[in-house]
Structure formats: structure tokens, C-alpha cells
Write a protein of this length. Structure first.
Length: 223
């Protein structure tokens, strides 16, 4: 077993339970969750693996599974209602290349072997804008170290945020990790206001735009 990154004591998410599931959501969960669930320590799916961390209501993780049938997609999200939505989508579309973890992704990551991931998405992580809450942000040095252990050399990391302070915070930490490791993650330098190709959008991104904030995307290569 790998050692737990030392920042797991900070909760990075707010509520994990929202509204009680409807009878029909519960029925979908009962039927399809056992097939879709992945737990820490489970055998990983075959082939190149892409991980989406904090998929929210699931629109992007479903898009990945739908548009990349040859990839194994894993989504991690503690929020029950988001999980139920993603499970319904996967069931309705018959997606068989998607597995879902319900919980803190760090519990899943710590059990994963080195270099097992080809790509990781972290899209609009909870911003925790108040300075006394900044320590709850997911992008922390120990977390970057863990991502670096898991992403294979040449693999990529896509990070998006609409909070300039979080962007600065994250870039500072990626740079200092790269200096310390003599490699780390290298940003591709592309226009941060341009989303990746065929971008479907996410629920949180739409909310950010409605509220007048600008989303930024950063693609890094794991050296
Ligand atoms: C602001 S929302 C963005 C959701 C989605 N990516 C979007 O763009 O609509 C951040 C999400 O990250 C999830 N999250 C926070 N910490 C997490 C963790 N440690 N592991 C997995 N998911 C986490 C939250 O539950 C929440 O759904």
C-alpha cells in the first residue's frame, strides 16, 4: 500500500449528500451501481485510463466515455446526487468503459500503482475563496506529487478554474513542484481562455459564465 498524501485531513468538498434520491434514481442506482463502482484497491480497467476528479453532475465524464470508447474512463465524486445522475447517464447510453468512485479521490489514488494514468481532468475544483478556507483547496503540493506519481511520463493533466486567485495558487504550486523535481508538469502555454477541442462545457462552468466570471483552462504534460 502506498503512503497516504499528508493533506487528506483537509476536506476539499462541501456537502456529499444533497436531496434524497428519488425512487427512480434509487432504482437506477440499485441496478447499475454495482457494475459501475470502482473502489480503492480494485483491479484497474484495461487500456489507457483517463481520470476525472470531481465530475459534479457528470456531463463531462459521460462525454469522455461516449466520445472515447477505446479509453477506460474513471470518474471520482463524493456528491451522491451527481453520482446518481452519472449512473443514470451511463445506463441510458450503455457506456461500458466508465467506472465511478464515490468519495474523496485521494482515497482511490493512494491505492493506484505508479504511472497507471494517461490523463487526468480537474475541472473547476471547489474554489474555497475565503483565505481561511484556502487550505481546503484540492491543488496542494502533496496532491501534485501524487498526481505526478500516477500520471505516466508524456501523459497530461487538464485543470480549469474561473477563480484567478486559484489559478495563481495552482500555477505557483505546479512551478515549484517542477523546480523541486527537475521536471514535474509543464504547461503547454496555449491560450488559457480557449477550452480544449470539442469542449462540451460543464454545469459549474455555465454558472461561472452566468455570474460574469471567465473560465481558464491549462493543459500540462507530465515530464
Ligand atoms: C465546483 S464543483 C465542479 C463540478 C464539475 N467539475 C463542473 O465543472 O461542473 C467541484 C466538484 O469537485 C468535487 N470534489 C471536491 N473535492 C473532491 C475530492 N477530494 N475528490 C473527488 N471530488 C471532489 C465536489 O464534490 C464538486 O462536485
Amino acid at each position: 500500500m502506498n503512503s497516504q498524501p499528508d493533506d487528506t485531513r483537509f476536506r476539499t468538498f462541501g456537502r456529499a449528500k444533497g436531496r434524497t434520491l428519488t425512487v427512480s434514481q434509487q432504482a437506477v442506482m440499485t441496478e447499475h451501481w454495482p457494475r459501475l463502482e470502482i473502489r480503492p484497491g480494485d483491479t484497474l480497467p484495461d487500456g489507457p485510463i483517463w481520470l476525472e476528479i470531481g465530475y459534479g453532475m457528470g456531463s463531462h465524464v459521460l462525454h469522455l466515455a461516449r466520445t472515447h470508447p477505446d479509453m477506460s474512463i474513471i470518474g471520482a465524486e463524493p456528491f451522491l446526487n451527481g453520482t446518481a445522475k452519472a449512473v443514470r447517464g451511463a445506463a441510458e447510453e450503455g457506456l461500458d468503459n466508465l467506472r465511478l468512485f464515490r468519495g474523496d479521490v485521494r482515497e482511490l489514488m493512494t491505492e493506484m500503482p505508479d504511472r497507471c494514468l494517461e490523463r487526468v481532468y480537474i475541472l473547476f475544483p471547489d474554489p474555497w475563496p475565503k483565505s481561511r478556507h484556502n487550505k481546503r483547496r484540492l491543488i496542494r503540493t502533496a496532491f501534485i506529487t501524487e498526481l505526478h506519481r500516477l500520471i505516466a511520463p508524456g501523459g497530461s493533466l487538464i485543470f480549469a478554474s474561473d477563480i484567478p486567485h486559484y489559478v495563481d495558487w495552482a500555477l505557483t504550486r505546479f512551478r515549484s513542484h517542477a523546480r523541486q523535481t527537475g521536471g514535474g508538469f509543464v504547461w503547454d502555454g496555449s491560450d488559457p481562455k480557449q477550452p480544449p477541442e470539442n469542449w462540451p462545457g460543464t454545469k459549474y462552468e455555465a454558472k461561472a459564465r452566468r455570474e460574469g466570471r471567465t473560465p481558464y483552462w491549462f493543459t500540462f504534460t507530465r515530464v
